[in-house]
Write a protein of this length. Sequence first.
Length: 262
Amino acid sequence: MIQGEEFLYYPLPYELFVMSTKMSEILMDDHIHNCYQLYYGVIYNSISALSLLEDNLLGTAYPLCRGAIEMYFKLLILESQAELYNWYEKFRMFEVEYSCSQTYPKEFNALYEKRIYQISKAKADYLHFGWVDFLKGYHNVVKKSPYSVYGIITFLKNKNGDKIFELECLESFYKSCHAYTHGSIQIAKYPVLHYFEISIMFYFIIRETFLLLCGEKQIEAMVDVHDIISMVDRDFNVLHNQYKIRSTERFERYYNSGSSGN
């Protein structure tokens, strides 16, 4: 739609798009009982953001990235906990009811009055994240802002030591998405920076969601006969090494040397 570089045809975002469409196919074959809404949410946001990347509508992809990060964090907690997911669904339906009537449901109000973290007075925060009260050990770990994405991040860091690098990267990007979400920024001077950031965010999200879904369905993490995980890991390492040495000077050379293509 907007002339520019065809980022979707760069190796990593292309592979991520393929993985997202493969997950959509898997879900269409048979509904899974746990986290169905979250799987679909991650997939829809991923495909939408990658499509915007391809159309060079770069700044508008970030709100979708932010939403995908939040859903992915919830998925990491809820995927293997059927009982907790039932509470998540209950609170999700409270949100739907509130959106329709602009009135908090009676059952929600009763739960709010008995909330564990009484210091929090924001009903809206509890509406979005009150289900964490039913997550064993959550409040033993999270002492600040438990009814928020940042409370969930704190819990995940505590319980997933092997994912610290990933979680910290996504937390940082989640914060930086704020300016795009609220319209303060639309596009950076160097569009290739968006390619780096969006690809890195969705590498973590799509890769792990793909593995979770394949595990849930007890199928190989493959696309046709291709080892897609090895492919995305290989291309992520190349991209991430480029991202780590990014600088204004390098961006200027990239755009002024004729390296960027349409």
